[in-house]
Design a protein around this ligand. Structure first.
Ligand code: NAP
Length: 279
């Protein structure tokens, strides 16, 4: 392996420490803790694990959490009703709707029921638009975490070719927009892309966000490229074939311990931002 690991675990700890200091300062001045409401629909075990991790991290940094667990049978209207109640509650600073939600729910309608000032996971259309226009607002948590990782390792972006594999509304699309805002030349690849290998081979920076185990083969990576693997598949497998990619890349994120911890840290940092906004 020739690549240096981009250590999201260590970097996230720094961000969590800063967030804990800001949360404590907020509590001192406002007499209450910042509060994150988590909304979980159904009983997908992975989603339960993610919510539990987020709630535990909240406690560790002095953020209060309010957990709302709903049965899988809940409909869009009822879910939107719950999100509206949390939106109207002045004690709640941020709202996280754990995704994916069950298929019968209109996920976009649910996300968009979260007001911009509480959208600490950066999932609403309004937040996406603000980010795409370079305006103030919360950034989708995983892309925000990825940008922090790239910056911590001084990865140059201006004029560099970035290839994003995946175009979901919460991950692929926003991370591409953030790279574009930093003057990278961005290509989006997706399930209909012809000859994915040739696109990846051109990239100075590869962001893999497809949810397909080891989709990006090590031999596709340009020597010296930076590889960010946002994928998280069962068995701790990323979307990049790690061993092969690590032999060619200059920097690479491990799975786990790369993007995942940065995502939670970005979410909690934005929760304190929201609290400071609300006062
Ligand atoms: P998603 O909504 O399922 O989107 C997957 C994207 O990948 C789609 O745009 C899809 O293309 C594309 N894709 C699928 N198969 C492909 C293929 N064979 N070749 C090229 N592109 C392909 O997933 P997501 O929510 O963005 O998540 C992606 C991955 O990131 C998952 O592994 C997920 O677990 C992980 N994730 C990690 C974190 C974290 O904190 N670390 C957070 C969120 C997600 P089409 O648009 O054409 O269908």
């Amino acid at each position: 392996m020739t690549a240096t690991l981009m250590d999201g675990q260590t970097l996230s700890r720094k961000l969590l420490d800063e967030t804990a200091e800001r949360a404590a300062a907020f509590e001192r001045t406002q007499g209450r803790r910042p509060c994150l409401a988590t909304v979980l629909v159904g009983d997908d075990p992975a989603s339960h694990t993610y919510v539990r991790m987020k709630v535990n991290r909240c406690a560790a940094v002095g953020i209060e959490s309010r957990r709302v667990d709903l049965p899988a049978s809940v409909g869009t209207e009822e879910l939107v009703g719950v999100l509206r109640e949390l939106s109207a509650d002045p004690a709640v600073d941020g709202i996280l709707l754990q995704h994916p939600v069950p298929a019968h729910i209109d996920e976009r309608a649910a996300f968009d029921a979260i007001p911009a000032d509480k959208d600490v996971d950066g999932v609403t259309g309004a937040s996406f638009a603000a980010m795409a226009f370079g305006e103030r607002g919360f950034v989708s948590a995983t892309p925000a975490g990825i940008m922090r990782l790239l910056d911590a390792y001084d990865v140059p972006l201006r004029g560099r070719r970035a290839v994003v594999v995946g175009r979901s509304a919460i991950l692929g699309k926003p991370v591409g927009m953030l790279l574009l805002a930093r003057d990278a030349t961005v290509t989006y690849c997706h399930s209909r892309t012809v000859d994915l290998a040739s696109h990846v081979a051109e990239a100075d920076v590869v962001v893999a966000a497809a949810g397909v185990p080891e989709l990006v083969r090590g031999e596709w990576i340009k020597p010296g490229a930076v590889v960010v693997d946002a994928g998280y598949n069962p068995g701790n497998v990323g979307d990049v074939e790690f061993a092969g990619a690590a032999d060619r890349a200059s920097l690479i994120t491990p799975v786990p311990g790369g993007v995942g911890p940065m995502t939670i840290a970005a979410l909690l940092s934005q929760t304190v931002d929201a609290a400071e906004l609300h006062g």
